[in-house]
Structure formats: structure tokens, C-alpha cells
Design a protein around this ligand. Structure first.
Ligand code: FAD
Length: 295
């Protein structure tokens, strides 16, 4: 196995163009497990750790540009206000050691349906900035996951950054596992309120071949909130609306039975998480709206 160590982004792109089968390694928390278990024996490893810019982030007016290798710990410590859903998801990843190494670029590279960043990215609305020697493009997160552990990257492309909309309303993330730490999700759910567009977005993890949004549930809820004037009057969401939303989220799942849980349990749990995260975020929105109204 050859170890390629580019010193700059341009060198990394050139190396990937020359060796398209080279496997990039960032934190290594997925790659090294695969190599150690002999699930993968790449001819080349492409080490991205000398490329400092991949560990940087920029907070813009509307969005955050998150370098591909920014570790979960930095997201939790520095971007909680801008990216609350992703910060909450980061908290649930593995252990402090893994959170110090692993990042969103690696989660996207692996594209496991159980990756914890995905529901938060889907709910917030994100774009993945990828590049090759041929040029750069931005892939909307909805188009990024193409199959079980498959993504939309071409063989010569690398992930440079992820652009995530800054939160303008409450966001939540919920994960079911057998314990609180060091656990792969049985299933997970992300929800973000977007008051300026009066929309709600969702993300479901580990309950379908890829991370998915519950689009029918979102459409139902958006219409119900609009019809009842909820965004303006800040009323409590009625139990029947919350239940219908939860049922539609459960229906958006296409899970399997595996060692971590059955398909029917996953559907059930997604429904529960959908109702809970909706209640938490809406209560928080009502609180903020009430404070703003009083000011
Ligand atoms: C003990 C343990 C517990 C874990 N628990 C969790 C958990 O709770 N939740 C969770 O979501 N994950 C978990 N993981 C998986 C892993 O930590 C995450 O997926 C993490 O986000 C991977 O990031 P990384 O930087 O270490 O990726 P790496 O291992 O370096 O790379 C992962 C994949 O992404 C590709 N890649 C990396 N960077 C780029 C780039 N810039 N461009 C293109 N491709 C790239 C690599 O080639 C590889 O295919 C766990 C892993 C371990 C070992």
C-alpha cells in the first residue's frame, strides 16, 4: 500500500486524478477500521491531514462553510449557535476520542445510512462542495446519497467543504441506540424549523438504504401550519397534526431487520422521535416568538 501525502489542496486533487482508486483518509475513524478488519486493501491511501484549510470553517451571512475535516468536537464547541442540529448530532457520535478525529467529510465519504451527521444536514439544508482537477461543483444534500454507502462523488473528486444554512429557528436531533455513547444509531431523526420560509425540514437516519427526508410529512405539516396561521399566532400544534406528521415520517422509512433492531421497531421509533422533536422545536419557537412579540 502506498501512502500519498499531498501538502496542498491542489496536490491532493492532482494525486486523486492520477490515482482515482486512492482512498482519502481524514480522521481515519472509518478507513482504519476497514483496513484493520481487512475489509479494504487500497493500493493507495491519500492522506488529507497536511491540508490545513480542511480543518477551517467560515461563518457567512446565511450559511457556514465547514471544511471537510473539521472534527465533531470543534462543531460542538464553536458552531452550536449557527448549526444547533449538527452540534447535537455531533454530541452523539461515538466518544471524545472519535469526535476529536472524525468529521462530516468522512461521514459523507462513508455515506452510511447510520451516519449521525446526515439527518442534521438534510434538515438544515446543505450543499457538499466537491472538486477535482476538472473543476468544482456543489451537490445538494438531497442528491448526495445514491445508495447504501454510496455517494455522488466521481472517482477523481474530493470533498472540500460543506455549506450548511445557518439556523434561523430551533433545530433538534434525536437518536435511538442501546446506550448513550459509542453506539451506532438504531435510527435517528433531525428536524429544523425555517421560520423565514415557513417550512419544516426533516432527516431520517438508519431507517432506509440511504439517509432520507420525510417529504410527504413535511408537506403535510407545512400546509397545516400555514392553514392554521401557526407561524404568526404561535399556537400549540394540535395532537392530531403532530400524530399525522409522526405517522407520515414513519411511513417515509424503508428499514430492514438487522442486529440493531427490527424494521417495525425502527418505523415506530422514527414516529416517536418525529413527534417529540416537533414538540420540542415548536415549544422553543413559540417561546422565542412570544419574547419577540413582547419586546
Ligand atoms: C469506535 C467508533 C465509533 C463510531 N461511532 C459513530 C457514531 O456514533 N456515529 C457516526 O456517525 N459515526 C461513527 N463512527 C464512524 C466515524 O467515526 C464517522 O463516520 C466519522 O465521521 C468519519 O470521519 P473521518 O474523518 O474519521 O473519516 P475517514 O475514516 O478518514 O474517512 C471516511 C470515508 O470518507 C472518505 N473521505 C474522507 N475525507 C474525504 C474527503 N475530503 N473527500 C472525499 N472522501 C473523503 C474516506 O476515503 C472514507 O471512505 C464510529 C467509528 C468508530 C471507530
Amino acid at each position: 500500500m502506498d501512502f500519498l501525502r499531498p501538502g496542498s489542496w491542489e496536490e491532493a486533487l492532482a494525486a486523486k486524478a492520477e490515482h482515482p482508486t486512492a482512498v482519502p483518509i481524514a480522521g481515519g475513524t472509518d478507513v482504519m477500521v476497514e483496513i484493520n478488519f481487512d475489509h479494504r486493501r487500497p493500493e493507495y491511501l491519500l492522506d488529507l491531514n497536511r491540508i490545513g484549510e480542511l480543518n477551517d470553517w467560515e461563518v457567512g451571512e446565511d450559511s457556514v462553510r465547514l471544511g471537510a475535516s473539521v472534527p465533531y468536537t470543534s462543531i460542538m464547541e464553536n458552531l452550536r449557535a449557527e448549526l444547533p442540529g449538527l452540534a447535537l448530532a455531533s454530541h452523539t457520535v461515538a466518544s471524545p476520542q472519535i469526535r476529536n478525529r472524525g468529521g462530516v467529510g468522512g461521514n459523507l465519504g462513508t455515506a452510511s445510512p447510520a451516519g449521525d451527521a446526515h439527518p442534521a444536514l438534510l434538515a438544515a439544508g446543505a450543499e457538499v462542495e466537491v472538486e477535482s482537477v476538472r473543476g468544482s461543483r456543489r451537490i445538494p444534500i438531497d442528491d448526495f446519497y445514491t445508495g447504501v454507502k454510496r455517494n455522488a462523488l466521481a472517482a477523481d473528486e474530493l470533498i472540500r467543504a460543506v455549506h450548511i444554512k445557518k439556523a434561523e429557528g430551533p433545530q433538534q436531533f434525536s437518536k435511538v441506540g442501546t446506550r448513550n455513547a459509542m453506539v451506532i444509531a438504531v435510527c435517528a431523526f433531525g428536524l429544523a424549523l425555517h421560520p423565514s420560509s415557513r417550512t419544516v425540514r426533516t432527516g431520517i437516519g438508519s431507517a432506509a438504504p440511504t439517509p432520507v427526508r420525510a417529504k410527504a410529512a413535511e408537506e403535510f405539516l407545512n400546509a397545516a401550519l400555514e392553514e392554521g396561521g401557526f407561524w404568526d399566532n404561535g399556537k400549540i400544534i394540535t395532537p392530531s397534526v403532530a400524530k399525522q406528521f409522526a405517522d407520515l415520517c414513519a411511513a417515509a422509512c424503508n428499514p430492514i431487520d438487522d442486529v440493531r433492531g427490527t424494521a417495525s421497531y425502527r418505523r415506530h421509533a422514527v414516529g416517536i422521535m418525529a413527534r417529540r422533536t416537533l414538540t420540542w422545536t415548536w415549544e422553543s419557537y413559540r417561546g422565542t416568538a412570544a419574547t419577540e412579540g413582547a419586546a
